[in-house]
Design a binder for this molecule. Structure first.
Ligand code: ADP
Ligand code: ZN
Length: 811
């Protein structure tokens, strides 16, 4: 009996074993198959033939042949997912202790699953053919009616039924609400008008209307035809075209187009790599990296280069070399909307050979891009986290830009870290991985120090532009002098005014949105809290509501205390909305915009704001960490940071690291052009090492202090850590279940430490109570395996438990 292992997109289950019926061929790994699961029919992906030791848990030997169900059908003759991606997916499932289906979902393009909710109906042609067909086809036709559609999954319960159904669909004998082999229909088509032969010969003797004549003239000059939407935009309507079609002068047909996320982006810089001359330092770094990329063996390099040191230029040249040698390139960026420059530079340099993958694309766009990559039409893929699974062929180079960025970590299952998966992928492909950052993560720098990664440094800005001069403002002194209400210090207010006078630009950062962060009753001390989460609601003045930043619950801003009815409500704490208001008061004539998740909810809004700022249509940009990323605005000469210590109050061992990164990155935004930059940093803790070292832009000193702290407290990267959160309906239920798991994990000889359980810092979230415990140790695999074994014994609990391996936040 032939058996295969199949992954299905169902949370928290492992690979399943199915038999291959005699009528079907052996499916190759990566091919999609239809399988029965309970009462459903699902699409799965073949992992490979079943060998007892192939996967995490040895496959339980089927008790009898009849215990194994058969595949219903094989959907692909060729692997749908390439084999190396299937291997990577299996690594993710194992390392992050998630279900194989969850890991697989991260790698599948949209529209790849054939869901069970499709309906079929017999057509007139089908009715006619009924009786003439044989076997399965006849059975299917007999089972269908032409007015009431039947669920497809009720029809495809037998081997080969799916193929029969697809063939009937193709033959027009039945109609399926969404075609089964749907990839063709998932492409976008446009209507294109062309001139017919008659139209070309048309000699103007017969008078046409003005619009009609204009259309004919335009089409005559465009032998490939013109998109009807373009014509409509130019005033040539569908009615005009219809008339011309009726006259036999114009033909309209559909043409397939790949959706291009850059099509709206008219003005792209087109700079071939190699246009600028590398600095000495860039040259040395490049030579090293190039040698490794040519070595055809795995290397991982950490490219530590201060902000503005010209890392992107190195990426471009490396990519060019690898592409020329016939291998593929993958470039990961944190968020395309926030770092459009890198994506646009690659697009400009490599044109059609680049595909862009990110979550802001529509399903259709992503589908098209994925297919282009899979076909081998592109050799460079630029994308966010999930692009790490892109089906790039013959991978030779993986670059992770801003490798320290938190957005590489997916905060839902599968909880993978895109950077770490990228390194594993490079390893499996024998490729070079380059991790670039001005502020490397503790993990990566630690790896560079212990020799696992090679360190390559760029210590100077290109053209010897100086780093911004940083001024620290001690807000305790400011409060003493001007009262506790101060938001903009005298120094920052003065610096802003200067910039406005000199017609230079400024950015002001506060990493907290909203107008006020707490509504507090002075009479009874009650604060306005979210009913679903254990946090206070944030006041958003623009929409006149108080909103929860975790579950989005909102209420009108109260005028009386909900508890005591008193009317002495006070708003405390402040966010970006309030800072924007303060700056408007300070400089009523300035052109100010705010960038945070409240103002850029709409797709494309952020790109609009950033390009207005780049074009000089705005003077001051206020925002959260969104403005701190890799933008290059040459006219920005001032960066202000309000409450540099916001993050330090959090009960998170990465708070210092995050603060350092954010401050260094945002200070790096100033003075990137010819004008000297300055940063003004306001804080209550001017002595904190993460703030001090960020202000002196001293990464090495920061790393020394931070690694000391991690060592003392036993935190990553010194040890490995797994955060486990158990959700429950009540606090007691969550705590009891977590305690059960902890007890099972402590058996006396365990090679790790278990800390907890305790209520999570966010002890209630979206209505659920959360208890938490940590595993810490030096051997990650044994911790993970112990946890999986314990959870496997409690399947019902496994579904309510979050397992976060290498957590980025512990809230
Ligand atoms: P990073 O990513 O390291 O912060 P960038 O790659 O954005 O720095 O480079 C900063 C600026 O310097 C960009 O405008 C880039 O075009 C320019 N640049 C890079 N290398 C050179 C060079 N060798 N000579 C002149 N300008 C350069
Ligand atoms: Zn909430």
């Amino acid at each position: 009996m032939r058996l295969v292992s199949v992954a299905v997109p169902v949370p928290a289950i492992d690979a399943l074993t199915y038999g291959i019926p005699d009528t079907l061929p052996d499916p190759s790994p990566g091919a999609r198959v239809l399988v029965p699961l309970g009462t459903r029919v699902l699409t799965g992906v073949v992992l490979g033939p079943v060998r007892p030791t192939a996967f995490r848990t040895p496959h339980p030997a089927p008790r009898s042949a009849s215990a194994v169900k058969d595949l219903i059908d094989v959907l692909d003759d060729e692997p749908f997912l390439p084999e190396d991606v299937v291997t990577l997916v299996q690594w993710v499932a194992e390392y992050y202790a998630c279900g194989i289906g969850e890991a697989l979902s991260a790698a599948m393009p949209p529209r790849a699953w054939i869901e069970s909710e499709r309906y079929a109906r017999i057509t007139a042609a089908g009715l006619e053919a009924r009786g003439r067909e044989k076997g399965l086809r006849q059975e299917i036709l007999a089972g269908l009616s032409n007015d009431k559609p039947t669920r497809v999954d009720a029809l495809v319960t037998r081997a080969g039924a799916y193929s029969a159904l697809a063939a009937l669909d193709r033959g027009g004998l039945i109609e399926i609400t969404r075609p089964l082999k749907g990839s063709a229909s998932a492409f976008r088509t446009v209507r294109v008008a062309t001139l017919t032969a008659q139209g070309h010969e048309f000699d103007d003797a017969r008078p046409l209307g003005n619009k009609q004549q204009a259309a004919v003239d335009r089409l005559r000059a465009a032998p490939d035809g013109i998109n009807t939407a373009t014509l409509a935009a130019d005033g040539i309507s569908a009615t005009t075209l219809k008339r011309l079609v009726d006259l036999g002068l114009v033909a309209i047909h559909r043409r397939r187009v790949d959706r291009d996320p850059f099509e709206q982006n008219a003005a792209l810089p087109s700079v071939p790599p190699g246009a600028v001359e590398l600095t000495r330092e860039q040259m040395d770094a490049f030579e090293q990296l190039r040698a490794w990329s040519a070595a055809a063996a795995f290397h991982c390099a950490l490219l530590h280069g201060v902000t503005g040191s010209g890392k992107t230029e190195l990426y471009l040249r490396l990519a060019e070399g690898v592409r020329r040698s016939g291998r593929g390139v993958l470039l990961l960026v944190p968020e395309i909307a926030l770092t459009p420059a890198v994506a646009a530079l690659f697009r400009g340099a490599f044109g059609e050979r680049v595909a862009i993958q990110h979550s802001g694309l529509s399903d259709g766009e992503r589908h098209d891009q994925w297919q282009r990559i899979r076909r081998g039409d592109v050799d460079i893929v630029v994308g966010t986290r999930s692009a790490v699974f892109a089906p790039v062929r013959n991978l030779g180079l993986v670059i992770v830009d801003e490798e320290h960025d938190g957005s590489y970590k997916q905060e839902e299952a599968p909880r993978y870290h895109g950077r770490d998966v990228a390194v594993v992928r490079a390893q499996q492909a024998g490729a070079l991985a380059v991790l670039g950052s001005a502020t490397p993560s503790m993990e990566s720098f630690h790896n560079a120090q212990t020799g696992r990664y090679r360190l390559v440094s760029l210590q100077r800005r290109v053209l010897d532009r100086p780093m911004a001069a940083v001024r620290i403002v001690d807000m305790r002194e400011e409060f003493a002098a001007s009262g506790p209400e101060v938001i903009l210090s005298a120094a920052l207010a003065g610096a802003l005014r200067e910039r406005l006078e000199r017609k230079e630009q400024a950015m002001v950062l506060l990493n907290r949105r909203g107008f006020a962060t707490v509504v507090f009753c002075r009479q009874c001390a009650h604060t306005l809290e979210c009913p679903n989460c254990s946090v206070s609601l944030t006041v958003h003045k623009a929409i006149r509501r108080a909103r929860c930043h975790y579950c989005n619950h909102s209420v009108g801003i109260p005028t009386r205390c909900a508890k005591c009815g008193g009317s002495y409500l006070e708003q405390m704490g402040f966010g970006t909305e309030r800072v924007e208001a303060e700056i408007r008061t300070l400089a009523p004539d300035a052109r100010i915009a705010r960038v945070d998740r409240d103002t850029v909810r709409r797709r494309g809004a952020i790109t609009g704001l950033l390009s207005r700022f780049a074009a000089g249509d705005l003077d001051i940009l206020v925002g959260t960490q969104m403005i701190a990323k890799g933008h290059d605005f040459p006219r920005v000469t001032l960066v202000g940071v309000i409450s540099a210590d916001v993050g330090l109050g959090m009960a998170d061992f990465r708070a210092g690291e995050r603060t350092f990164q954010l401050l260094t990155q945002v200070a790096g935004r100033a003075g990137r052009g010819e004008l000297r930059g300055e940063a003004v940093v306001q804080t209550l803790y001017p002595g904190h090492y993460s703030i001090r070292h960020a202000c002196s832009q001293d990464y090495a000193a920061f790393f020394r202090d931070e690694i000391d702290f991690r060592r003392r407290m036993n935190y990553p990267p010194v040890v490995a850590m797994i955060n486990t959160v158990v959700k429950g309906r009540t606090r007691e239920a969550a705590m009891t279940d977590a305690a059960d798991l902890v007890r099972a994990l402590r058996w006396g000889g365990e090679p790790y430490r278990v800390l907890g359980p305790a209520p999570a810092p966010l002890s209630r979230l979206k209505g659920e109570h959360r208890a938490q415990f940590f595993l810490k140790g030096t051997h990650r695999a044994s911790m993970r395996n112990a946890l999986i074994a314990v959870l496997d014994a409690r399947p019902e609990l496994r579904r309510r438990t979050i397992v976060d391996v290498d957590p980025m936040t512990v809230l």
